[in-house]
Design a protein around this ligand. Structure first.
Ligand code: ASP
Length: 322
């Protein structure tokens, strides 16, 4: 079945687990190429800068044998005023079966998805969601901690403008972790964007007992100014340093979606330190995007039963045995 991947909010726990399991299977065999999308065009339309997301979608598509049609927005008809929908329809007319869209406007990929037959993957829309980032965050934590259920995840920083925070909060909460969003009061929304996720302006409270500390990039391009007195003051209050990490659990890990403003939301020592899993997040991005591409075109094999199915099978066996 052909689908779109627009938000983690819209996914059910078993769907998220199936995506994680498929990505884990790629990770297990080192991301070896397989021809699931052989010769099929996949378009990438990035209206905002990107390094990790764009490159990993391209690599994921290449590993699945797809042909990547990369829209260089600055040198395309977008510069002549072509609308998003017209550009999306043009790529579809060129044969693209998947459109991977990043856009500064929240909801832009959803809008495009209503006007094309192709599958749309949201690669980050404004302040809304970044579902493949959320999935790679879940996969990374699950690999390192062996579970998600019952973990405490502190998400720190510019929550107000962060699509990463929203997707992560939906994903972790749906998979049974406890999420606490924290940052200066001016960078927190008026209410928690995700039911079940807590919110506090006290970093200490958020770090207490945290298994995972995820720090967010200050979204300077989305801040009109005046949210913090200065970056130096922000760094003193909410920058994650080794000293701040010491307030979390002794085995807590540090995450950052990248690109990091070193010395602002995270210190260089912490970002490159033993607790940092930032490079693992990047690596997992490729496996997650392979799984996402296959999933939207309805080609994802369930190579392993999902965790839910495994538990259910065990329960069934226990009942039979009992
Ligand atoms: N790369 C992530 C995004 O595009 C995080 C960030 O830029 O802050 O949302």
């Amino acid at each position: 079945m052909r689908r779109h991947l627009l938000t983690l909010r819209a996914l059910e726990r078993p769907q998220i687990e199936a995506l994680l399991d498929a990505a884990q299977a790629y990770a297990d065999d080192g991301g070896r190429s397989r021809p699931a999308l052989a010769g099929r065009p996949v378009a990438t339309l990035f209206y905002e800068p990107s390094t990790r997301t764009e490159m990993s979608f391209e690599l994921a598509a290449a590993r699945l044998g797809a042909v990547v049609l990369r829209c260089d927005v600055d040198h395309s008809s977008v510069r002549k005023g072509e609308s998003l929908v017209d550009t999306a329809r043009t790529f579809e007319a060129l044969g693209a079966e998947v459109l991977v869209i990043r856009h500064p406007a929240s909801g832009a990929p959803a809008l495009a998805s209503r006007h094309v037959e192709a599958s749309v993957i949201n690669a980050g829309d404004g302040m809304h969601e970044h579902p493949t980032q959320g999935l790679l965050d879940l996969l990374t934590v699950r690999q390192i901690k062996g579970r998600l259920e019952g973990l405490r995840v502190a998400i720190v920083g510019d929550v107000l403008h962060s699509r990463v925070a929203r997707s992560a909060a939906w994903g972790f909460t749906k998979l049974g972790a406890r999420v606490i969003l924290t940052g200066p009061a001016t960078l927190l929304p008026s209410a928690s964007p995700v039911p079940g996720a807590g919110m506090t302006s006290s970093l200490d409270e958020a770090l207490e007992g945290a298994d995972v500390v995820m720090t967010l990039r200050m979204q300077m391009e989305r801040q009109a100014g005046g949210f913090v007195p200065s970056l130096a003051e922000y760094a003193r209050g909410f920058g994650i340093t080794d000293a701040a990490l010491a307030r979390a659990r002794s085995d807590a890990i540090l995450m950052h979606p990248g690109p990091a403003n070193l010395g602002v939301e995270v210190s260089l020592d912490a970002a490159y330190g033993a607790r940092s899993v930032i490079s693992r997040q990047v690596e997992n991005g490729v496996f997650i995007r392979m799984a996402a591409l296959e999933w939207v075109v309805g080609r994802m094999e369930t190579r392993r039963p999902s965790t839910v199915e495994r538990h259910k099978a065990l329960d069934d066996m226990a009942q039979v045995a009992g």
